[in-house]
Design a protein around this ligand. Structure first.
Ligand SMILES: *Cc1c(COP(=O)(O)O)cnc(C)c1O
Length: 374
């Protein structure tokens, strides 16, 4: 008798669709017979500068100890983070990317009869980790592409255990200032965990720039998640971290895998925190690139969502998938966001000036071709 293994998967997992990552360069090169060196990938919000030299040197040095288990407590990295951000080491939890932490938080606090709140157009990982547990995800309609924080606060019920707030948000690039976040937190019962996902916080330094860290002492239910994948340029190594109360960190620590961050990643992340120059260049290249893309979209008459991240969502019209395909054929990978309910938009990560230029020219060509019905 053959067994239907689908039906054996737990209920939430049966209906789950996997996270859709950006298309890898080598995959496109194989499919179209292109030279990988000619392909520009602006699809996963990666840092276009390449890794920091300091991080590379530390990673190389760590290679000589590949036979040893990593430090499961991540002492050096936690110490460096504690020093940089003025927190106690007991408030820090390390993750295999911040994705890992988002999932660990859900597994610690959410059961199948609970509800988890997030916004429409918010990061795809929130509904995935919610559904994997079999919990009910409450997607609150967005306002002007950003979170409707009032509506999210009103959506809290006695079953709500967790709220995810991406700030800035991906894929829209919208942001809420510190005051808005604070008045939101004021409305949330202390028994509901709030994750402030600040994966892109380093790119935004405006006057009212949100900073979850400054709110930690006031809101014991708050967890602030950050990552080395974006501004710090270490996406391949998978290192994320969270700040919370020591009590919450202790809970997260019980569920995370004991060696969830490997020794190369620990060494590189610890070293890059000293590379202030790299961070500064990341910010500058990003700010310039964002302007370059915005100006091109304005010239082409394409509506875009103003972004404070290292990516921007542009409205290319009803034939966004055709435009995406045409860009691929020209060796430019961006990210369709139809899966986020944004079928007319493409999300473009900010690259180096010449990469942005290649994308802009390819986009003009793609729009021409699609308009001619080719
Ligand atoms: C990229 C991103 C992350 C970070 O992912 P890592 O697992 O740390 O690489 C987290 N949240 C959002 C909203 C992101 O866009």
């Amino acid at each position: 008798m053959s067994i239907d293994y689908q039906s054996l998967a737990v209920r939430g997992v049966q209906a789950l669709s996997p996270y859709q990552p950006g298309k890898p360069i080598d995959e496109l090169a194989r499919e179209l017979g292109l030279n990988p060196a000619d392909i520009v990938k602006l699809a996963s919000n990666e840092n276009p500068l390449g890794p920091s030299e300091k991080a590379l040197a530390a990673a190389r040095e760590a290679l000589s100890e590949l036979c040893l288990y990593p430090d499961g407590n991540g002492f050096d990295l936690k110490q460096a983070l504690a020093k940089r951000f003025g927190v106690d080491m007991s408030q820090i939890t390390l993750g295999n990317g911040s994705n890992d932490l988002l999932e660990v938080v859900a597994r610690c606090f959410v059961s199948s009869d609970s509800e988890v709140i997030f916004s429409q157009y918010a990061f795809a990982v929130y509904p995935i980790v919610t559904q994997a547990i079999g919990a009910k995800g409450i997607s609150v309609p967005a306002k002007d592409w950003g979170h409707d924080l009032d509506a999210m606060a009103e959506a809290v019920t006695d079953r709500t255990r967790l709220i995810f707030v991406a700030n800035p948000n991906n894929p829209t690039g919208t942001v809420h200032g510190q005051e808005a976040i604070q008045s939101f937190l004021d409305r949330i019962p202390a028994s509901v965990i709030v994750v402030l996902d600040e994966a892109y916080c380093e790119f935004f330094e405006g006057e009212d720039a949100p900073d979850g860290l400054k709110l930690l002492s006031r809101y014991p239910n708050l967890i602030v998640c950050r990552t080395f994948s974006k501004a710090w340029g270490l996406a391949a190594l998978r290192v994320g971290y969270s700040f919370s109360s020591p009590e919450i960190a202790d809970i997260l620590n019980r569920v995370r895998q004991p060696f969830n961050v490997d020794s190369i990643a620990l060494a590189a992340a610890t070293a890059v925190l000293d590379d202030e120059d790299y961070l500064q260049r990341s910010r500058e290249v990003n700010a310039k690139g964002l302007r370059q893309l915005e100006q091109a979209f304005e010239r082409m008459g394409l509506p875009f969502i103003p972004s404070v991240g290292n990516f921007i969502a542009v409205d290319v019209g009803d034939q966004a998938m055709e435009v995406y395909q045409s860009l691929l054929k020209q060796g430019v990978i961006v990210r369709p966001v139809a899966g986020y309910g944004m079928p007319k938009h493409l999300r473009v990560s900010v690259g180096l000036p010449e990469e942005n230029e290649k994308f802009i020219q390819a986009l003009e060509h793609a729009l021409d071709a699609v308009n001619r019905g080719e």
